[in-house]
Design a binder for this molecule. Structure first.
Ligand code: FES
Length: 142
């Protein structure tokens, strides 16, 4: 038995969903609403990187049911919490029915979004290189 009954993963760190809506506001409102409903011990709300459903965002997924929601905006959060997380009823109007796997459709984004994506990938590589260098330093000190 896991610690939490449900996990909600919200794509806040992927390169596209943050241009489809205010993913941080969705995350903050989801956490607040789950707390207000007394579900903090049962439902874990997590920020997530890209969920490979880009272009349909903002995306979130609820496990263990594996129910995907697309085009979610902050104003939709209370409905998802009250209907799905509290009462166990899927919010069909936001449900994302897609075949398993990668369902990226990103051709409609303007070039500025691609530039953002490229910059984010560069920063991620720099972060990883810095992490590796720090790990090497820590090993040398032991
Ligand atoms: S950027 Fe959100 S699913 Fe890819």
């Amino acid at each position: 038995m896991s610690q939490f009954k449900k996990h909600v993963f919200i794509c806040t760190q992927g390169p596209y969903c943050c241009f489809d809506g205010d993913t941080e506001a969705i995350f903050e409102r989801m956490k607040r609403q789950v707390g207000a409903c007394g579900l903090n011990e049962e439902v874990r709300i997590n920020r997530a990187g890209c969920l490979n459903q880009c272009g349909h965002g903002p995306m979130l997924v609820v496990y263990p049911e594996a129910i995907w929601y697309s085009g979610v905006q902050a104003d939709d959060v209370d409905e998802i919490v009250n209907e799905h997380l509290v009462d166990g009823r899927v919010v069909e109007r936001l449900c994302f029915h897609a075949p398993p796997g990668n369902n990226k459709h990103v051709d409609h984004y303007p070039p500025e979004v691609q530039a953002f994506k490229d910059a984010a990938e560069r920063l991620q590589k720099e972060r990883e290189a810095l992490r590796q260098a720090t790990l090497r330093l820590l090993k040398e000190r032991r």
